[in-house]
Design a protein around this ligand. Structure first.
Ligand code: DX5
Ligand code: ZN
Length: 215
């Protein structure tokens, strides 16, 4: 079984000590970057200047999660900055297929994010084109929220669908992930676990990352 990847979400890090924080989280498999516009979600996070700095300070792959109403406008700037994985919310884009192709054409892995209440059936046509699906397990906008339990069943259903169709699409779960629910998420089929507060509020980030992976 391939190892579960941990994406450390910098949203909860101490931005005043960015270099130290990124070093301390160096055993993660990738860094998750939550880009928020204050429209799709009721919060603002950070933009390109900070992503540029993160790229300079860390060798880890960058996984950007767009929570913006105009995701197409971010494809070229984020590709130019060296982002490796890019997901957008299906709720925000009329021309989903075209945007997925544009992301791939720029050499990035393409993902679609779904809010907790959005059914996975909406992905039926596009699933074979996707490198990954990001299943939100909190309502997007803030770190530190509680995991919504019914998302576990969405992970299971999506996994069985992916296996049935013999696809290589990965499942990323984002929101409220901690060492109490990570094992259940992994056995349900999650390939990538995102964590912000659970990692950055812990005393030893590498230990916490290990416990999320389950070893
Ligand atoms: C929420 C973001 C998440 C957030 C997760 O809108 O998409 O990536 O950083 O934070 P935790 O792990 O604290 O729930
Ligand atoms: Zn996220």
């Amino acid at each position: 079984m391939p190892k579960t990847q941990i994406a450390a979400s910098v949203l909860s890090c101490d931005f005043g000590n960015l270099e130290k924080e990124l070093q301390a989280v160096g055993s993660a498999d990738m860094l998750h970057l939550d880009v928020m516009d204050g429209h799709f979600v009721p919060n603002l996070s950070f933009g390109q200047p900070l992503i540029k700095k993160v790229r300079q300070l860390s060798p880890l792959p960058l996984d950007a999660h767009l929570m913006v109403t105009n995701p197409a406008e971010y494809v070229d700037p984020l590709a130019d900055l060296g982002v490796n994985w890019l997901s957008f919310h299906q709720e925000c884009e009329y021309h989903v297929h075209r945007l997925v192709q544009r992301i791939k054409d720029r050499g990035m892995k393409a993902g679609i994010a779904l809010n907790p209440a959005a059914p996975i059936s909406t992905l039926e046509c596009i699933l074979p084109e996707l490198d990954y699906v990001l299943l939100m397990s909190v309502n997007p906008g803030f770190s530190g929220q509680k995991f919504i339990p019914f998302v576990l069943e969405k992970v299971r259903q999506l996994k069985s669908w992916i296996e049935e169709k013999q696809l290589s699409t990965l499942i990323e779960v984002d929101g409220g992930v901690n060492s109490d629910n990570s094992a259940a998420l992994i056995s349900a089929g999650a390939d990538i676990l995102v964590s912000a507060s659970h990692i950055f509020q812990s005393l030893n980030y590498s230990e916490t990352i290990r416990s999320l992976r389950g070893f």
